[in-house]
Design a protein around this ligand. Structure first.
Ligand SMILES: NC(=O)c1ccc[n+]([C@@H]2O[C@H](COP(=O)([O-])OP(=O)(O)OC[C@H]3O[C@@H](n4cnc5c(N)ncnc54)[C@H](OP(=O)(O)O)[C@@H]3O)[C@@H](O)[C@H]2O)c1
Length: 313
């Protein structure tokens, strides 16, 4: 990827897309093409066709998707399947038609089987049943990985895909109905602190274990793979370190400075019991994470919530 190559970041206003943009700009890349969903609806094949034929990007980061936590995935099941299939079919197919040099597709660690052996290696994909609450999203993402793989095999494309673990960082979604666990906990503890609430309810038992990666680390890993990796294995991107939701809740409670109690709502689903990625492949490809979880969460909290307070949140 040369500094002047034309780079299309699909989903550049989202958490992942905006991190890729920040990181590419910082590294010296200058030629970007970007459209938000109000300018280009990626589920619409005609619009995507015109866009690719006009802009002819050299490289594509496909970070546009319908994304959410357990509740959103389980409620909007049809939309998660349909919109994700449409977005990725259109962008991947038009990238082939318009001779894109290389495309990187973002899949997700939550599409591995629910009861995978741990840590999860890349070759565990499609070896057992999926987590039912996010099956539609997972089916769409698996189709995206397979589309990249089979366009490589049939047409000689250079399309790669990655499996990021749970992410956090700037431009995350803090809407409690649709967010992932880490931003949801930041929102809940912060709101409880400023409203002087005596308790904070957290979903599930607190026992499941999860791995978290700062999105700036993901952006650097993705750019590294775009520059150095070609192949059909969807590469895990994570820290290789996990913690229980209980440990996470206590860490966030501490960082926020909330003094009340945590109440566990055990009637809510826990989801997959453990989800830790085996990161030996990406380590062997020359990348490791750099942002420690304590520091990462502190940075996110102080930048997002304390600035919100200053703006009269
Ligand atoms: N967040 C995580 O923890 C996580 C973990 C693993 C993998 N990933 C993967 O990383 C990718 C990006 O996730 P994210 O967290 O950055 O999501 P996000 O913050 O919700 O951003 C998604 C982006 O997709 C765009 N988009 C959605 N529907 C669109 C449409 N019909 N047409 C055009 N653009 C559309 C949105 O554009 P507008 O803003 O313009 O609407 C938004 O910029 C996804 O593929 C996700 O599966 C995320």
């Amino acid at each position: 990827m040369n500094f002047s190559d034309k780079i299309y970041i699909a989903g550049h206003k989202g958490m992942v897309g905006s991190a890729i943009y920040r990181s590419l700009k910082q590294k010296g890349y200058t030629n970007f093409v970007m459209r938000d969903s109000s300018e280009l609806d990626l589920t619409n094949q005609e619009q995507v066709t015109s866009f690719f034929k006009e802009e002819k990007p050299d490289y594509v980061f496909l970070a546009a998707a319908k994304v959410g936590g357990i509740e959103a995935n389980n409620t909007f099941r049809g939309q998660f399947l349909y919109e994700n299939l449409m977005i990725q079919n259109n962008v991947i197919h038009l990238s082939y038609v318009c001779n894109v040099k290389k495309l990187l597709f973002f899949a997700s660690s939550c599409i591995y089987p629910k009861f995978s052996e741990q840590p999860i290696r890349e070759d565990y994909l499609l070896t057992d049943k999926l987590e039912p609450t996010n099956e539609p999203y997972a089916i769409a993402k698996i189709a995206g990985i397979k589309l990249c793989e089979n366009y490589n095999r049939q047409y000689g494309c250079n399309f790669i895909s990655v499996m990021p673990t749970n992410l956090y960082g700037p431009n995350d979604n803090y809407d409690l109905k649709h967010s992932h666990v880490l931003p949801a906990l930041l929102r809940k503890f912060h709101d409880a602190k400023i409203n002087d609430l005596r308790t904070v309810e957290v979903w599930g038992t607190g026992k499941p274990k999860r791995e978290f990666l700062h999105v700036d680390d993901l952006a650097n890993a993705s750019i590294h793979l775009m520059q150095t990796y070609s192949g059909n294995v969807s590469v895990n991107i994570g820290t290789g370190i996990d913690m229980s939701i209980k440990e996470l809740a206590e860490l966030i409670k501490d960082i926020v400075g909330y003094k009340g109690a945590i109440v566990w709502n055990k009637s809510k689903p826990d989801g997959t019991p453990r989800k830790l990625l085996d990161v030996s492949l990406i380590h062997s490809l020359g990348w490791q994470h750099t942002i420690d979880i304590n520091e990462g969460i502190k940075k996110v909290y102080f930048n997002k919530f304390l600035n919100e307070d200053k703006k009269g949140f």
